[in-house]
Write a protein of this length. Structure first.
Ligand code: FAD
Length: 349
């Protein structure tokens, strides 16, 4: 039995790969939902809006191969028409044309469609929610993974960001110091970002030949994009706000966001159906304060994460462990494929 810690993209894909080979496993997930940093929420009109991962590109080959394998469609980010740029708070937003850029894509039905498709390949009893792993004990021929309950396996896979396991899980025997030091200083991509989305009855910006794009130096919104669904039958705008706005009371923050968007896109922007937001630094199963200031992507893809420990009883996955595109969905897929392959070829379960 392989115990997988974390039901994000990486943990779920490892599970699916093991399932394909008939290798028994159990996933333990701390949250009451699956998906981790992927979380599509659905507004009044069932409009899918992304609180987490959204875009990928042509270069993300493993992710695109997985979507193809699972028969999941994707579509190009809508960027047609005029965009806005707010350089200063003292002057109105400027209309700009964004020069041709490589296309970016979104998953039809929302990014959680990928998560749910993987989950649906598993048996219900193979994944347990509300199981926060606190302790892992390595014995000669087995591993004990401890939440409020004790689970026994032959191997454990950490499919959670390194900074989280290094700080939140107690290992016995202790993990080697250099592994722990590197893990504690490994940046978790997007851990302190804030995402917001507004859903509408209609994409009024499209009718006005606007792309729905805004780049702003003034804030709170720093980036905003069209977020209609694949069919363009459900309308939304979605983007990021400056992380410092997390300090504000939620009603004040929401008012500031709406005021800014309305000042740029006009009064129609105030006539939204839903306002959604996610402050990732308030999510204990994603964010943890760093002991040292970390640069974006610091130690992401470090070679040490692709080493196994305790005679192959401990394997490390997650997007941050991938050698390429670490931090992104592509990294989570590549890391999961690689980890599953190492388990499958070792023939030890
Ligand atoms: C706001 C935001 C925007 C993003 N935008 C993009 C984008 O546009 N494109 C892109 O490619 N990527 C983007 N990303 C990054 C992308 O979401 C991640 O690379 C990917 O989802 C990571 O998957 P993972 O399985 O490695 O980790 P996670 O998704 O972090 O999954 C880890 C899982 O482990 C669980 N867990 C944590 N601790 C424990 C514990 N002690 N016990 C049990 N379970 C535990 C967590 O709850 C979680 O479910 C974004 C991320 C965020 C937050």
């Amino acid at each position: 039995m392989i115990i997988i810690v974390g039901a994000g993209l990486s943990g779920l894909l490892i599970a699916y790969r093991l399932k394909q080979e008939g290798i028994p496993f159990k996933i333990l997930e701390a949250r009451s939902r699956i998906g981790g940093r992927i979380n599509t929420v659905y507004g009044t009109n069932h409009t899918p809006v992304e609180m987490g991962a959204t875009w990928f590109g042509e270069q993300h080959k493993d992710l695109r191969a997985l979507l193809e394998e699972l028969g999941i469609e994707y579509f190009e980010q809508y960027m047609e028409g005029t965009a806005f740029f707010q350089p200063f708070s003292t002057s109105p937003a400027e209309s700009i044309q964004i020069p041709g850029q490589p296309s970016s894509y979104r998953i039809s039905g929302g990014t959680s469609h990928l998560i749910n498709t993987l989950y649906n390949k598993l048996d219900e009893k193979e994944l347990l929610l509300n199981q926060s792993v606190k302790e892992i004990k390595f014995h000669n021929n087995s591993v004990q993974v401890i939440t409020e309950q004790v689970f026994e396996g032959s191997k454990v896979v950490l499919a959670i960001p390194p900074k989280l396991w290094a700080n939140n899980i107690f290992f016995e025997p202790k993990l080697q110091d250099n592994l722990m030091n590197i893990a504690r200083q490994t940046h978790t991509w997007m851990e302190d970002s804030i995402k917001i989305a507004l859903t509408y009855k209609q994409a009024f910006w499209q009718q006005e030949k606007l792309s729905g794009t805004l780049f702003s130096n003034t804030g709170p919104v720093t980036e905003l994009y069209d977020h209609c669904d694949h069919e363009r039958s459900k309308a939304a705008l979605c983007g990021f706000i400056n992380s410092s706005f997390k300090q504000l009371d939620s009603a004040v923050r929401r008012t500031k966001v709406i005021d800014q968007i309305t000042s740029v896109f006009g009064e129609k922007a105030a006539d939204f159906l839903d306002y959604e937001e996610c402050i990732w630094s308030m999510e204990a199963n994603t964010f943890i304060e760093s002991e040292f200031a970390l640069a974006p992507h610091q130690n992401n893809g470090h070679q040490i994460f692709r080493t196994s420990f305790f005679e192959n009883k401990l394997l490390i996955s997650s997007s941050e462990a991938a050698s390429e595109f670490s931090g992104y969905m592509e990294g989570a897929v590549a890391s999961a494929n690689d980890t599953a392959k190492r388990i499958i070829t070792s023939k030890l379960d």
